[in-house]
Unconditional design. Sequence first.
Lengths: 386, 240
Amino acid sequence: MIPRSGTQSSGRVLRFDGVERAVHWATAGLFGLALATAGILYIPSLAAVAGRRALVRDVHVAAGFLLPVPLLVALAGRWGRALAGDVAGLGRWDAADRRWLRSLGRAAGDGPGKFNAGQKLNAAFVSGGVVVMLGTGAILHWPAPFPLPWRTGATFVHDWFATGLVVVVAGHVAMAVAHPGSLRGMTTGRVGRGYAERHHPGWAIPPDSATIATGEGARRAGRPLLGVAVGCSVVAAVGALLPLRAGQQGDGPAAVARRFQSALEGNDLERAYHLLSPAARSQGLTAEAFFRQQTHQQDDRYLDPGQSEPYATAVTVHRQHRAEGSVHVALTVRMSDGRTNWRQVDLSQTGRTWRVDHFARLGTDPCGDARTTRPWGCPARSGRGQ
Amino acid sequence: MSGQPPGESTNISRRVMLGMLGSGMAGIVLGSRVQDLLGRLPGPFGGSGDRFYSSLVPGRARFRIYSVSDTFPDRSARDYRLDVTGLVARPLRLSLDDLHSLPATRLERDFQCVTGWRVRDVPWAGLRVAELLDRAGVRPEARAIRFRSFDGVYTESLTLEQARRPDVLVAYGMEGAPLSRAHGGPARLYVAPMYGYKSLKWLESIEVTDHVELGYWERQDYDVDAWVGRSNTRPGDHPT
C-alpha cells in the first residue's frame, strides 16, 4: 500500500516539498537576522562591539516586517498546496493529540499523524507570538498615534515575547538536532520509511478511512492559522508601504503645520524654521515660497493672548540674497512686548526641495551694519539711514 | 479516531493563539505599570545591575545603549581632554584629573529617553557646566553653547541660560563608578530636566557661541528645548 500523502522512493517518504522547505529556511534566516540585530540593539556589550546602530535598527525592522512574507507568498498560489494542507493539519486537534499531550509524547495507541501535538503547539505559539511581535513592533516603529503608557507597554511586551520566542525556537532547533531523521525532512525533504512509521504512524500508514489533511474539512480546521496569516499580511503590507524611517512624532502635513504655528506662537523661531524642511516636502510649500509669501503678507499675525512670554506677532522679510542653489534672508520678528529682533536664515536647495541650513540672531539690519560681509544687495547707503 | 468532526473539537491551536493575542494586548495596556513595579525591585529583574546576564532579562527599566556613529568611540581616561572654546576670555583644555580637581556635584535624578524608557534615581557625579563657563569667562555677546562628541558625529546645544542651570553637568561618574564607555565615558553631558538625547555622550568640547545651532537629533526633527513632559509629543511624562 502506498501512503497517499507521501511518495515512496527507495525507502524514503516525501515529507516537505521544495516550497515548504524554501519557506522554512527563508523564515529561519529572517528570524535569525531579527534575533541577531535585536541582541545588538538590546545588550549593551554587544552594542559596543557592533556600533552602527542606525543600520542595525533598519535591518531589524526590515527583517521583522518581512518575517511573514515567505509564508504568505507560498500560501498565495497553487504552488503552496502541500504547505496549505500542512497548515490546516497543524491547526486540527483530535483525541489522539490530547492523549499525546497528557502523556508528554509517550502515548502509543493510534499515534500521531503528520504532526504530533508538540509540533502543533509549537506552530500555534510561534504564529501567535509573531503576530504580537509584529503588532508591538509596529507601535514601536510608529508611536505617534499611541498614548505614552501603551508605547512603554508595547516595548515591555515586545521584550518578553521575544524572550519566549527565543526559548521556543531554541527548543525547536534542539529537537531537530536530537532527531536527525526529522531534520533530514527539512533539509532533503524526505525521511526514512522507518522513521516515518515510528514517529508519525498516522501519516505514514493511514487507515483506509483516514481523513488526510486536505479537502474541505481540513481547510476549515486551518482557518485560525490562515486568519493569522492574513493579519500578518496586513501588517507586512503597511510596513512595506510606509517608509522605514517614518517620522517619530507624526509627519503629516497637518501635524507639521500645527507644530510650525505653535512654534511661532511660542516664539521658538529656530524650531519654526527647522520645521520648514519637512513642511516643504509634505505640503509642496518650499521655504522660498514661504519667505516670498511673508514678504507680501507683512502683517501675518500669530496671536496668543493667553501666553505670558513675549510671542511673535509678525515676521517681515527685509533682505534677500540669492545665489545658485542658496538663498540668504534677513528678517525681523516683531514681538508682543514691542521689541523687534533681526534674524538671518540660510537656505539651500537640493533638487526641488529647499532646506533651512542655519538660523542665527543678527544684532541689527545687516545693511545698517558696516561690518556686514555678506552681499545682501543692500540699497545705496546714501538713500536712507538705518 | 475522533468522534468529533475536524474543526469542531476543542481547538488547542486556536486557544493558544487567542491567549497570546490577549496577553499581548493586555501587556500593551498594563505593561508600563508592571515595568514600573519591577523597576522598584532589587536584583536582576529590578532596576539595578548592568552585568551581561542581567542585560538578558527582558523588559527591565534599564539603560539602552544608543550611539550615532558607525563605531563605538573609545578614549582612555589618560588620553581624555575636554576643550572649552569659543566666546570665552580664557580657552581651557582639561584632563580628567583636572575635572576631578574642580568642585564636584552629585545628583540623583531619573534618566528619561524620548523613546519611552526611564531609569529611576540614577546617581550622577560630575561638575556643573556653569563652573567651567565661569572659569573660562564667558564674553558678553555669548548666547548659547555647542557641545561636540569625540565620536565625530554627535552634537548638541543649549542656550547659555539652560547650560548654567545647577542640574546640567559634565558627568564623569554614574551609579558609584567611573562613567563607562557605553554610557559616554570618560565624561558626558547630563542635562537632568531634558530628554536623554540632550545629554551628549563622549563629550569632547564645549564651544560658547552667539546663537543656538541645531544638534544631531534636532536636525532629525526632535525638539530643541527638550523638557521632559513638555516636548516631543510626550505630554504625559513626569518631569525628571
